[in-house]
Design a protein around this ligand. Structure first.
Ligand code: KIV
Length: 288
């Protein structure tokens, strides 16, 4: 059965952990969906892992819609959240609402996610009022990595930690259904999880959050670039894929692939007849 936005509140009240994994295309979405993951996030991390950018800033609404559409087709049961990319919501609540509406209309996704705290609450209210569930994102917000001075753990000092708690409360008051906490000390994430009524989803934020999210490529060991400390690799698919591709190249070069089980047969007499037809055929241009 297709999961709905109520999963966040229900899981939090029953103390059941929420599972979230990113996906960016139909095949990965089918695999994530079949594994029973609750929520698929079409993250703007697709800029890094799918499009090869250094950071998420160049990702466009068109990119999110293109990948979001494919994921929604593969997500039969999982709830699908689509990230709003950099500068698609920061300008005004009107801009945010227009772009959130476009993303949901064109992808048929179930919710959007955007980064920020108090500063984006007018945007959150406008989108929620239009009937679109919104997930907040606090802590290390990759769209602000320039302002944050890089990819660093957030909220380590009293003022920064207090700001995070206040931002979480402000997002809750604005109507978010959940909050992603990225790269936040575990005890602070645990405290925020106690303070807010909405579900928290951690990434590099310890086990006390109401749920966890990881990037598909990181979790499966497919990412050839740097993987952060908080990533647990549940497979080493990069090696498996390279081994498989190497074996394929070897088989093709040694003419061991394709072999009989992978070929289509035809009767010998048909080939014989064809040969006779070809041999009898006059060349089209016999002037030479
Ligand atoms: O874009 C993304 O993948 C994310 C997760 C890291 C939470 O926002």
């Amino acid at each position: 059965m297709k999961k709905t936005v109520s999963l966040f509140g229900e899981a939090k009240s029953k103390n059941e952990k929420i599972t979230m994994v990113t996906a960016y295309d139909y095949t990965s979405a089918r695999l994530v969906d079949l594994s029973g993951v609750d929520v698929i996030l079409v993250g703007d991390s697709l800029g890094n892992v799918m499009l090869g950018y250094q950071n998420v800033l160049p990702v466009t609404i068109g990119d999110m819609i293109h990948h979001g559409k494919a994921v929604v087709k593969g997500a039969h049961e999982a709830f699908v959240v689509i990230d709003m990319p950099f500068m698609s919501y920061q300008i005004s609540p009107e801009q945010a609402l227009e772009n959130a509406g476009k993303i949901i209309k064109e992808t048929n996704g179930n919710a959007i996610k955007l980064e920020g705290g108090k500063n984006v609450c007018p945007q959150v209210k406008a989108i929620v009022n239009a009937g679109i569930p919104v997930i907040g994102h606090l802590g290390l917000t990759p769209q602000s990595f320039n302002a944050l001075g890089g990819y660093k753990v957030q909220g380590k000092q009293v003022q920064a930690a207090t700001n995070l708690v206040n931002d979480a409360l402000a997002l809750q008051a604005a109507g978010v259904c959940a909050i992603v906490l990225e790269c936040v000390p575990s005890k602070l994430a645990g405290l925020i999880t106690q303070v807010v009524d909405v579900a928290t989803i951690g990434i590099g934020a310890g086990s006390d959050c109401d749920g966890q999210v990881l990037v598909f490529q990181d979790l499966l060991g497919l990412n050839l670039n740097h993987t952060p400390k908080f990533v647990k690799k549940y497979a080493n698919l990069a090696q498996d894929v390279q081994d498989a591709l190497g074996n394929y190249c070897q088989d093709v070069r040694n003419q061991e692939f394709p072999s009989a089980p992978y070929e289509y047969a035809i009767k010998d007499e048909i080939i014989e007849e064809l040969r006779m037809i070809i041999e009898k055929k006059e060349p089209d241009n016999d002037s030479n």
